[in-house]
Write a protein that binds this ligand. Structure first.
Ligand SMILES: [Zn+2]
Length: 475
């Protein structure tokens, strides 16, 4: 056999010049493999107890306390690790190295904790054909047909007339009931089968089944509806009008799971974008290892899935209010300091990207789309058509981020969201860029994005965490 010891001139040239895509699993050590699986195990726990943005903020606050972070409301000038939340649905973790240098800007990372889901309407309960249902209105970009015939859990809060806050969490424990949206049997689906995917289940058909026993077993008009209202009254002290001042979400019941014989993937709902939220949280907890003198933040936004609107979304002045509150804790803030602090900040807009699925390859451009298990995605621009609606990061900033990743051995890949003109999507990036700060998109690739069961590679999860650490370390 001819010896293969010597590299050809062409191979050597390739080593020197080519941009290599390489699987994260290729040649890893046992110790790293262990770290990958340990991180994902913790991440799954986070998903399981953070099924709404409010639950996510509670989980983050608890974890923050364990890591020595202090709620800014109780913090003093001596504190350096802060937790802050706004309306209980969005917030931030802050690591202050030097309160004298806020004008130099923060190293910011930000993700969103809201996810596509199904919400109850304000006047939801009705009965039909001796069964009770609740009407819903979906939130975010979902494929409606994916949400039928599966067990759904109900999470949320109801604010009663007297101001009482009732927390709802039904369907996660084995002996809890669940809810479901029914579909038509195939035997009678001739007409339905001719419909397009967007209308095969209509928005107004996303009604959840909630019961069928009439009050005191006597079938009269509304006796099932009233029986259910009575049960809710006895259990939670709520009346029908209280649904108006409520946020009640239907999400897939059950826990996040490992996928595959080798358990190399995590499957679960809401990974867009709780994956970046969790990893960003972990990175700021571990930031002491970064040995930097910069001030750092990890921001958790709400309402990204509906266009970042509302006072908890990135399209509000939330980031201004946050930075202003931080500055004011350590001394007197003024508008000039605030604007300088924002302008000189850097922002990693951490959100998921679409991984190449062999079944749906045709919508992807393989050279510039994310491969599963090939590391964190670095995305210079998002948007659709001619980059419309995109922040498009400056080359200089992308270079800084790329260098940081390379210094720390982060596996990363350059990505766009699918083929040019195939569709597209946006992130929170451009809402932050308005303050003059540099912003670039960076996050984990998913399969089945926005579905009830999204899929992420454990290797990509690990390298996303490493990327966030490298960003804090080297920028
Ligand atoms: Zn997202």
């Amino acid at each position: 056999m001819p010896g293969k010891s010597k590299k050809s001139e062409l191979e050597k040239l390739g080593d020197k010049l080519l941009f290599k895509k390489e699987s994260c699993w290729e040649g890893i050590e046992d110790a790293e493999n262990k770290e990958i699986f340990e991180l994902s195990a913790e991440y799954k726990k986070f998903l399981d107890c953070s099924k709404t943005e409010r639950e996510a903020i509670n989980t983050i606050e608890k974890a923050a306390e364990e890591h020595g972070f202090v709620n800014i409301e109780n913090a003093t000038k001596e504190d350096r690790k802060l937790f802050m939340s706004y309306d209980g649905v969005c917030g931030a973790l802050v690591y202050v190295n030097d309160p004298e240098s806020f004008e130099e800007g923060f190293l910011m990372n930000g993700a969103h904790i809201d996810v596509p889901r199904i919400d109850l309407k304000g006047y939801p309960l009705y009965e039909s054909e001796d069964m009770a249902y609740m009407k819903t209105h979906y939130y975010g970009g979902i494929k409606k047909y994916q949400w039928v015939t599966r067990p759904l859990a109900m999470h949320g809060v109801i604010i009663c007339q007297d101001g009482r806050k009732v927390e709802i969490n039904i369907g996660e424990h084995e002996d809890d009931p669940v809810f479901t949206i029914n579909d038509l049997l195939p035997h009678l689906s001739q007409d339905q089968n001719k419909k397009s995917a967007t209308t095969v289940i209509e928005g107004e058909q996303l009604n959840i089944l909630v019961g069928s026993i009439p009050f005191k077993f006597k079938s009269e008009k509304n006796s099932i509806k009233l029986s259910i209202l009575n049960e809710l009254y006895e259990k939670y002290g709520i009346v029908e009008e209280d649904f108006v001042s409520a946020e009640i979400h239907l999400v897939p019941a059950g826990k996040a799971r490992d996928i595959g014989f080798d358990r190399s993937f995590v499957g679960g709902h809401g990974q867009d974008d709780r994956i970046c939220s969790y990893l960003g949280m972990r990175a700021i907890f571990d930031v002491e290892k970064a040995e930097t003198s910069k001030n750092m933040m990890m921001v958790f936004f709400d309402k990204e899935e509906i266009g970042s609107m509302g006072n908890s979304g990135a399209n509000s002045n939330l980031i201004e209010r946050m930075v202003n509150d931080i500055i004011n804790l350590y001394g007197k803030g003024d508008y000039n300091r605030l604007i300088k602090a924002l302008e000189n900040s850097k922002f990693l807009s951490s959100d998921v990207n679409a991984g190449i699925d062999p079944e749906w390859k045709s919508v992807m451009e393989p050279m510039n789309s994310a491969k599963m298990g090939y590391g964190v995605c670095l995305t210079k621009f998002t948007g659709s058509r001619g980059k419309s609606g995109s922040n498009e990061a400056h080359a200089e900033f992308v270079a800084e981020v790329r260098n940081a990743f390379n210094k720390d051995g982060v596996k990363w890949q350059t990505t766009e969201l699918g083929k040019v003109d195939q569709g597209g999507g946006g992130t929170i990036a451009y809402h932050l860029a308005r303050y003059g700060m540099d912003v670039v998109d960076c996050g984990t690739a998913l399969l089945s994005m926005h579905s009830p069961f999204e899929v992420a590679s454990k290797a990509d999860i690990y390298h996303t965490y490493k990327a966030y650490m490298a960003y804090y370390k080297y920028l």
